[in-house]
Ligand binder design. Structure first.
Ligand code: VGL
Ligand code: ZN
Length: 209
């Protein structure tokens, strides 16, 4: 598959301290996505692609936080420990992530009552983030995805990308998952594949061994 990088965007999904080792919602081996992402973003930006970073950006009492509820679940939705609170260290991009190539930082999850896994829509599936408008206006038809977490923000972003008609690639060496509930990474990979998402690797994109 040949990629026209002038019509491509690289999406760096939620590479933030809270999703990395030591963070509030640490993804096992989360740091491992950074080296491949830095390599791909340098490669992409040199060839005219847009690099976009999403940032989970919650108010302190966000409805996706377990602490904001009495029970353990809300309408069957998964609830999370307090994470990525606006302005905190946990919400900050991991310092080793190269932000120089990033053209757009897209914050999501800032509305107190709605969570937002996808970079395109909030979880009500209707409220838009503006990413689709940005990509369309920039003439982009292909999105390359890496970051955290495979089974939530990466999954939802990739499925929406397909639904909106983008050629969508996910780089498996540049994603890591929460795997909660157990098996959800496996399930995520299967549903991406069924939706026509191309599962690839960063080295396949850059052509390096
Ligand atoms: C995410 C759970 C809650 C993610 C964000 O970035 O995948 N997961 N908020
Ligand atoms: Zn979140």
């Amino acid at each position: 598959m040949t990629i026209d990088f002038t019509k491509a965007a690289l999406l760096l999904i939620d590479v933030q301290n809270d999703f990395c080792p030591g963070g509030a919602l640490a993804v096992a081996d989360g740091d491992a996505v950074i080296a491949p992402l830095n390599a791909v973003s340098g490669y992409c930006v040199q060839r005219g692609a847009a690099v976009i970073a999403t940032q989970d950006w919650h108010p302190q009492n966000h409805s996706s936080f377990r602490a904001a509820h009495t029970g353990n679940e809300r309408d069957g939705q998964v609830l999370w420990p307090v994470h990525c609170v606006q302005g905190t260290y946990g919400a900050t991009f991991r310092s080793s992530l190269d932000l120089k190539p990033v053209r757009l930082v897209l914050r999501k999850g800032f509305r107190p009552q709605i969570d937002s896994y996808s970079g395109f829509f909030e979880n009500d599936r209707r409220t838009v983030t503006g990413l689709h408008g940005f990509l369309t206006e920039a003439g982009i038809d292909t999105i390359l995805i890496g970051g955290l977490a495979t089974d939530y923000c990466v999954l939802y972003t990739a499925l929406d990308g397909r639904r909106l008609g983008f050629t969508t690639l996910v780089m498996l060496d540049a994603v890591r998952g929460v795997d909660y509930p157990a098996g959800s990474v496996e399930k995520a990979l299967r549903s991406m594949q069924e939706a026509g998402v191309v599962l690839t690797n960063s080295t396949t994109i850059t052509g390096s061994p």
